[in-house]
Design a protein around this ligand. Structure first.
Ligand code: HEM
Length: 292
């Protein structure tokens, strides 16, 4: 069951943190991404923060675009098809396996960012600057701290970070989403793999598929807003209600991939097959190269 937090004119939230509630609500046609027109004060603040940050030249990144945004679904399908053909080159897979096996080669953040970035621009090189830009954008999309937002508005640092990354990928919104936002889920997944590999039994204790499933990190929260009144077995909403899917909390309890990637829905992640395959192949490599 989803949990409701309602204070008239201030906030109207529905929070779903179990897999069944998320599955039911994610299939709901009256819940969409974007900024609701009429909604309580705090809801508007949260939705605006996300839409202000997750955009490039005024166009929403795909993970913030409404269901019927022109071209969104077709671009997602095209990326998904491309990812099915793409395997990570050996050098990057080896470097990731070295990290998982406890033998650092390069700092993890830029390494993962470069691995993902090369899906879009073959010669992309991640630097400390591109990685810090990704960290700032991710933080800006999450924080409600008004002082930070004021400072970022004043210094223009969030806009600079977005411009820096957008330049590298010719303004491609999917690429920007991948290297600035999705990258953090993969970084956490590899950190978990390294911890799992260091535990008793080491990297040979689990099969690559088991390790991938145990370590996969889902986005902590994704947002929807209600476009009309509705009632489901898992919770009720009114126009403007913000619905929060606590994907990572639900995934951690069930290890359900369909929840981590919202695969059953219009908003499914195009990397839902590619990411587990990458995690499994890196684990496999780490096991092959583990010290006896
Ligand atoms: C651990 C890794 C990842 C996880 C758990 C994950 C999960 C998700 C989820 C849950 C969504 C839906 C968000 C929402 O509806 O608000 C999403 C959307 C998306 N993801 Fe991922 N993702 C991951 C990595 C990636 C990577 C590596 C890419 C790109 C190569 C990617 C590209 C996208 C895109 C383009 C969308 C928007 C799809 C649309 O048009 O609706 N993701 N992802």
């Amino acid at each position: 069951m989803a949990r409701a937090i309602r204070v008239p004119l201030v906030v109207d939230l529905l929070i779903a943190e179990d897999a069944d509630a998320i599955r039911t609500l994610a299939a709901e046609a009256r819940l969409d991404r974007g900024v609701p027109v009429r909604t309580p004060f705090l809801n508007r603040m949260i939705a605006r923060r996300v839409s202000d940050v997750l955009q490039v030249e005024g166009r929403p990144l795909p993970s913030a675009a409404p269901r019927d945004a022109p071209g969104r679904a077709a671009a997602r399908d095209a990326l998904e098809a491309r990812l099915q053909e793409h395997t990570v080159d050996e050098a990057h897979r080896d470097a990731l396996a070295a990290y998982v096996g406890g033998r650092d080669s390069r700092p993890l953040g830029p390494l993962v960012q470069e691995t993902i970035g090369r899906l879009f621009v073959a010669e992309f090189r991640a630097t400390d600057e591109t990685w810090q830009a990704a960290r700032l954008l991710d933080e800006a999309a999450r924080t409600l701290n008004p002082i930070r937002r004021l400072i970022w508005g004043f210094t223009g640092s969030v806009n600079d970070a977005r411009r820096l990354l957008a330049r590298q990928f010719a303004g491609d919104p999917a690429a920007l989403h991948a290297v600035a936002i999705a990258v953090h889920n993969l970084v956490v997944s590899f950190e978990r793999m390294r911890a799992l590999g260091a535990a008793p039994g080491g990297v040979v204790r689990y099969t690559p598929q088991e390790a991938a499933s145990l370590c996969l990190a889902a986005p902590p929260r994704v947002l929807r807003h209600a476009t009309a009144r509705g009632a489901t077995a898992r919770g009720e909403f009114r126009p403007g209600t913000l619905v929060v899917f606590g994907l990572e909390a639900a995934r951690a309890r069930t290890l359900a991939h369909d929840v981590a990637f919202l695969t059953a829905n219009w908003s499914r992640c195009p990397a839902h097959g590619w990411v587990p395959a990458l995690l499994a192949s890196v684990w496999q490599r780490a096991a092959e190269t583990a010290r006896p």
